[in-house]
Design a protein around this ligand. Structure first.
Ligand code: JFZ
Length: 421
């Protein structure tokens, strides 16, 4: 039997009306690039989870510090590639659950500046490059820190202590984690915070309201993702996404290009550009964004498959971005065989053809007259026929649009339907 996945109920504690203005760039952005970079990229193993799940001993995991060189790291080239993809924001792992900070932290020696051959803060030049390219800066920040001695959880099935027995230790951890968060805040002033790992403790234990207050006081426009035990601004459903029934005001699907967040050489299960683009379009048509992940190698090179994907996506956006960026979700599903979006003034409808077609496509329920239909990317004008419209009845007819094969996009074709107002 088919099973429908239940999407987690949005348990957002912020009022959408209060944050509408600051959320606008996010709503318009549609595409972000997620970057998982850390010492786990040295051996090419699971980020943090590999030692937590005892696939590798903790000391051996930490040996990777010695291999994090960032020798070929070119932050401007990263930013330029992200720009080329069409993405309008980037989210970089400032610190994963392994506790290794990618900036020079005054609260710990466990950072790439003090403990790796890279010998420098790798975040500052990247965020500077993003800002030069007018790309919004997102900071992934793990609440969990499995390396910290005052953090209760450590390896799977072996915790350090119980918070109820040693509340003073947890207080010490809070000071540390809040200190590091404040460091990231003042150094980089992120446009967006992408928290992760909230599940190990409650909102009260994380002091989530206080953290939210600190961040929004420093920068009232900063956007916080949902993984702060409900004290965020938007939802982040992951990977297995029933995106078809959005119940969130703002949401973002985060997804890997192969099967892993960080670089893992054995994982060659690359999604195709067609797959990525159809998922992207599906998210946007349902009012969401796609946060697409890349995993650079320890020397700072981005795997060629990922470079290729970002370039293909960018080329597709060059041809078809008019139907994506700054749009809103389209007409109800069932009125068209594929995803749809609309211009904000609803004068233009964009129809996405999820497959190549050798004949006409049909749209239901359009009560406006159609002024013109063009194919994005090549400007071809298409003809259409209205079927079943009765002159005296307000019920719209069925619109059949002719889509010749030679005008179709290599991946997903977008038809621009201008409506008479
Ligand atoms: C977390 C991390 O543990 C993981 O390593 C990676 O960084 C990813 C982006 O985020 O993993 C999660 C978090 C939340 C869900 C699934 C995996 N979730 O809500 O389904």
């Amino acid at each position: 039997a088919m099973q429908l996945m239940s999407t987690a109920e949005a348990q957002q504690k912020t009022n959408p009306e209060d944050i509408k203005e600051k959320m606008q760039w996010f709503a318009d952005a549609k595409l972000g690039i997620f970057i998982h970079w850390g010492i786990y990229s040295v051996n090419g193993i699971d980020e943090s989870w590999s030692f937590h799940n005892k696939k590798i001993a903790y000391p051996d995991y930490m040996q990777q510090l010695k291999g994090f060189t960032a020798n070929n790291y070119n932050p401007q080239a990263w930013a330029d590639l992200i720009k080329e993809s069409g993405a309008r924001y980037a989210v970089m792992t400032t610190k994963h659950h392994d506790g290794v900070a990618l900036w020079d932290s005054k609260y710990s020696k466990l950072d790439v500046a003090n403990s790796t051959p890279a010998k420098r803060d790798v975040l500052t030049p990247f965020y500077a490059a993003l800002r030069r390219d007018s790309i919004k800066c997102g900071a992934y920040f793990s609440l969990i820190d499995w390396s910290h001695n005052d953090y209760p959880q450590f390896l799977k099935d072996s915790n350090r202590y119980d918070i109820k027995v040693h509340p003073e230790k947890w207080q010490r951890f809070l000071k540390f984690y809040e200190g590091q968060m404040e460091e990231v805040m003042t150094k980089f002033n992120p446009d967006l915070w992408w928290f992760d790992g909230d599940w190990e403790h409650s909102a009260e234990e994380w002091e989530a309201p206080k953290m939210r207050k600190m961040l929004t006081t420093h920068n009232p426009n900063t956007i916080i993702n949902g993984r702060l035990q409900g004290y965020g601004d938007y939802e982040t459903p992951e990977q297995n996404f029933p995106v078809s029934r959005p119940k969130y005001h703002w949401w973002e699907l985060c997804m890997t290009i192969n099967n892993n967040w960080g670089w893992q050489p054995q994982d060659t299960n690359w999604k195709t550009p067609f797959e990525i683009i159809t998922i992207f379009v599906d998210a946007v048509a349902n009012g969401g964004n796609l946060l697409l992940d890349i995993g650079p190698k320890a020397d700072g090179t981005i795997p060629e498959e990922e470079v290729h994907m970002l370039k293909e996506l960018g080329a597709w956006n060059q041809r078809n971005g008019e139907g994506i960026f700054n749009t809103i979700g389209g007409i109800p599903q069932g009125h068209f065989y594929g995803p749809t979006t609309m211009s904000k003034d609803s004068s233009t409808l964009y129809l996405f053809l999820p497959a190549r077609t050798s004949g006409p496509v049909m749209v239901k329920g359009l009560s406006n007259k159609i002024e013109s239909i063009t194919v994005l990317g090549n400007g071809s004008q298409l003809t259409h026929k209205v079927v079943g419209k009765i002159s005296w009845s307000p019920v719209p007819g069925l619109v059949y649009i002719d889509v010749p094969e030679n005008v179709q996009d290599k991946y997903v074709t977008v038809l621009k339907v201008k409506l008479d107002k």
